[in-house]
Design a protein around this ligand. Sequence first.
Ligand code: GDP
Ligand code: MG
Length: 187
Amino acid sequence: KTLAEMREYLYKILVVGDLGTGKTSIIRRYVHNIFSSNYKSTIGVDFALKVIQWGPDLIVRLQLWDIAGQERFGNMTRVYYKEALGAIVVYDITRPQTFEGVTKWKKDIDTKVALPDAWGGGQIPVILLANKTDLIGEGHGQHANPTELDQFCNENGFLTWFETSAKDNSNIEEATRHLISAILKLE
Ligand code: GDP
Ligand code: MG
């Protein structure tokens, strides 16, 4: 392809969820393919960029915004959320209370950010990640009930959900591809 035929999109994606659910770990796995069991908790916001050759003539640059859990519902999130085109909400399957945070994060997103007017101005696409599935084998937590989680996603406006493990590098690529596909359909 000549340069003129190449398309390049930049997408800002929010990664939110309660503290310690694995947001930073998921991003580091996805962008740098590394995992560590002792990250410092994120202060404020971190950025990571992943460049994806989506097809022969399309490049997607994903700008991942890693927002600290403590910031929830503060006025800060409105600034962070500005111009985001998609979001990932993460909970930790070994700590059920972090699932309660999911609906709160989703509401926070829906009230503070919308698609551009040119795209109809509706809710941005959001996916749900049930993270740390590797710990099920260690006797912690359990698999999600697919019917229940499907219904939850329907009722709360999530595109879909994935079980992930940043430790085992499970499903993170798949989840992100799903979100990118949804955003590309809006182009
Ligand atoms: P954040 O506060 O949401 O950014 O969470 P972190 O990415 O800092 O992760 C919190 C803790 O959970 C760290 O000790 C990570 O190593 C651990 N962690 C994150 N993802 C996974 C995972 O998929 N499996 C396991 N076993 N631990 C994880
Ligand atoms: Mg973090």
